[in-house]
Write a protein that binds this ligand. Structure first.
Ligand SMILES: Nc1nc2c(ncn2[C@@H]2O[C@H](COP(=O)(O)OP(=O)(O)O)[C@@H](O)[C@H]2O)c(=O)[nH]1
Ligand SMILES: [Mg+2]
Length: 372
């Protein structure tokens, strides 16, 4: 399963309460205030991680809570701060606000005095209204995370409470006053993975990907505005009949051993996941060397994809049987279709304009969308 958009509900930790305590020893039955401060509540942070390529983790766990700060105690001891909860996301994650307020309505601090257990209860889903996904995605993104290591705090932990030791003054030697810990922020967010294109070309060098993309594109394909990769994906816009269109990406870099990160293998595989349809382009004439055969080429490409990631392997795919203008291609086409009986094989020639109209008609059904 490949997850490219998801809703998450987050609750940062509350701050720990300050303590109202007085020094009591055998020799000092009426000592001054010694209640320590509470600890700060844990923040919730999103961070771009190099080894994460989709949002699947949030599908299984859509609700996260960071640790609370501990209460202060006597002897001026400060409570421990709650740990920051770091959630890993892939480069190209866009964050949208999913609730109308990040702050939540503080629940009245009960009469907890002293060092007793903290009885404040904070319920999830209180104090804000959720926004529908449609409405959320129409709004301005809160963050666009493009670089490995980049971080953003989504929910801030509550402030630390203050113990009564802070309130001693010339006129009040025995203050009972304290400040409770602040409430950690709670909110809903929508996370979305930036798409490269509706379809992505997959094939060995010289299969004819660039030629095909140029032949299909209404305008010259452009380098994608896609800052977080060393690869330079070329994206072309295809105009279909009936005012619909789609985008196709040619991402360089897939070679044998890609799943072992040979060359820029992982870069390629991570990014090809962000295309809805995979178009495997085969040189049907095997012109790129004596031992090349389109069946072997497709098997090798599929193997790289499977070894990298089963989710990627499960994505819809078709075979573009290219270079059908060359004489050797016809016999290979029949063999290829027999080897992959369940997979749609579309014979074309990118350079000689054979089968391109039929390909466009089929692509319109598979990826066509009305332009905005
Ligand atoms: N005969 C023939 N040659 C093609 C066809 N498509 C591409 N080529 C040639 O194959 C070579 C590699 O094409 P290119 O588009 O650069 O492949 P890429 O590396 O996959 O992008 C070039 O010399 C093209 O002219 C085709 O349909 N028929
Ligand atoms: Mg090329």
């Amino acid at each position: 399963m490949f997850v490219d958009h998801i809703k998450v509900q987050l609750k940062a930790g509350n701050g720990g309460n300050g303590s109202a305590s007085f020094r009591r020893t055998k020799t000092d039955a009426k000592g001054g205030p010694d209640g320590g401060d509470g600890g700060k509540g844990g923040d919730i942070v999103l961070q771009v991680d190099q080894h994460t390529d989709n949002l699947k983790a949030f599908f299984y766990q859509p609700l996260y809570k960071a640790d609370e700060g501990k209460c202060g105690t006597s002897n001026r001891k400060t409570g421990k701060s709650g740990k920051t909860l770091v959630m890993k996301v892939p480069a190209g994650t866009i964050v949208y606000r999913g609730s109308n307020a990040v702050e939540i309505v503080p629940i009245e601090a009960p009469d907890w005095g002293g060092e007793g257990p903290d009885e404040r209860k904070v319920k999830m889903s209180s104090g804000y209204e959720e926004i529908s996904e449609e409405e959320a995605l129409a709004g301005e993104p809160l963050a666009d995370l493009t670089e490995v290591g980049q971080k953003v705090v989504l929910c801030k932990g509550g402030d630390a409470g203050k113990g009564n030791v802070n309130f001693k003054s010339a006129t009040n030697q025995a203050p009972k006053e304290t400040i409770p810990g602040g409430i950690g922020e709670e909110a809903v967010f929508y996370l979305e993975l930036r798409k490269i294109a509706d379809a992505g070309l997959v094939g060995f060098p010289n299969a004819g990907k660039s030629t095909l993309l140029r032949a299909l594109s209404a305008a010259t394909p452009k380098v994608a505005a896609y800052p977080f990769t060393t690869l330079k994906p070329m994206v072309g816009v295809v105009d279909f009949k009936g005012f619909s269109r789609g985008t196709i990406a040619d991402i360089p870099g897939l070679i044998e051993g890609a799943h072992k990160n040979v060359g820029l293998g992982h870069e390629f595989l991570r990014h090809i996941m962000r295309c809805r349809l995979l178009m495997f382009v085969a040189d049907m004439a095997g012109t790129d060397g004596d031992d090349r055969h389109p069946i072997i080429d497709i098997q090798m490409l599929r193997k790289e994809i499977k070894l990298y990631n089963e989710d990627l392997a499960a994505q819809p795919w078709i075979i573009i049987a290219n270079k059908m203008d060359l004489p050797e291609s016809q016999a290979n086409l029949e063999a290829l279709q027999q080897r992959f009986p369940k997979i749609e094989v579309i014979p074309i020639s990118g350079s000689e304009d054979i089968g391109l109209d039929a390909l466009k008609t089929r692509l319109r059904e598979l990826i066509g969308q009305r332009p905005e």
